[in-house]
Design a protein around this ligand. Structure first.
Ligand code: ATP
Length: 264
């Protein structure tokens, strides 16, 4: 299959623009997580998580601290393989695949806490996102796309990432993930610790990235914003999925409003 990464995990050379769009498995499903159980040693963190992301969607995973949202992303990106269950990306089993191979297949993540290289410049951080790619023209095109989405990063491309504001650092983390030309973008808490003005801006950009053709799996504690931007949502509680529905329906759900939106 031409869209699959070769053994090195590098992306195929000079993909045409439409290749950015994810190629779904059956029923438009790009990512399928089927009843996974993931552990940290003897701690049973995920107790049978089932979810899917389809072409064109923004899907959000919300829930309290420690519910297992980040562990779900770590299971998908290969950092913590589930002991039971299966994960398929574009119809291919990736349950036990190595993280770099999963990135090479088109799954990129902006991690919780950004995890930038603080002493490297903005540009160098962005280039790290494309380190597996050999298509220089495509990388240049994607850098222009990232600067188009985040003009501030273009202005600050020579500045050390560690000297940026929290919101700007979040932009670098998202830009770095986009430099892998992902077919699925996973965002872990993009709004964490940001001033409200930056939160709005980040969610606008999440919408824009999705409009440009990238499906998104969004982990958020800011349930209100997440359900506003998403098409569907999953509510996690202590290692399992408590509720799932259209985002608009979840946003009106009494239990969700009480627990996650702070209503009486
Ligand atoms: P948060 O928003 O606080 O990151 P979360 O929903 O992402 O919460 P996880 O970080 O996935 O939750 O944690 C799920 C469970 O796994 C929690 O009980 C947590 O204590 C446990 N856990 C997470 N990381 C580790 C680790 N490295 N070692 C042991 N237990 C862990």
């Amino acid at each position: 299959m031409s869209e699959q990464a070769p053994e090195t995990g590098a992306a195929p050379a000079e993909q045409p623009r439409e290749e950015r769009r994810a190629r779904p498995g059956g029923n438009g499903v790009i990512l399928e997580v089927a009843d996974i159980h993931t552990y940290y040693g003897s701690i049973h963190a995920l107790k049978g998580i089932t979810l899917e992301v389809r072409e064109g969607e923004i899907v959000t995973l919300i829930g309290a601290n420690g519910a297992g949202k980040s562990t779900t992303l770590r299971s998908i990106n290969g950092l913590n393989h589930p002991r039971r269950g299966a994960i398929r990306f574009q119809g291919k089993d990736i349950t036990n695949e190595a993280p770099h191979r999963i990135v090479g297949m088109g799954v990129a993540q902006s991690p919780e806490g950004r995890k930038l290289f603080p002493r490297m410049s903005v540009l160098e951080n962005l280039e790290m996102g494309a380190f597996q790619r050999t298509d220089r023209g495509g990388v240049r095109e994607d850098l222009d796309r990232v600067y188009g989405l985040f003009p501030r990063l273009n202005e600050r491309k020579s500045q050390k990432a560690g000297t940026l504001s929290g919101g700007e650092q979040q932009m670098v983390a998202m830009g770095r993930a986009l430099m892998a030309r992902p077919k699925l973008l996973m965002l872990d808490e993009p709004s964490m610790g940001l001033a409200p003005i930056f939160v709005e801006r980040i969610f606008d950009i999440v919408r824009e990235i999705n409009k440009q053709g990238t499906p998104i799996l969004l982990v958020e504690q800011n349930a209100l914003m997440a359900l506003d931007v998403a098409s569907r949502g999953y509510v996690m509680e202590t290692g399992h999925i408590a509720l799932t529905d259209d985002a608009k329906v979840l946003a009106r759900n009494e239990q969700v409003r009480k627990t996650y939106l702070g209503e009486e």
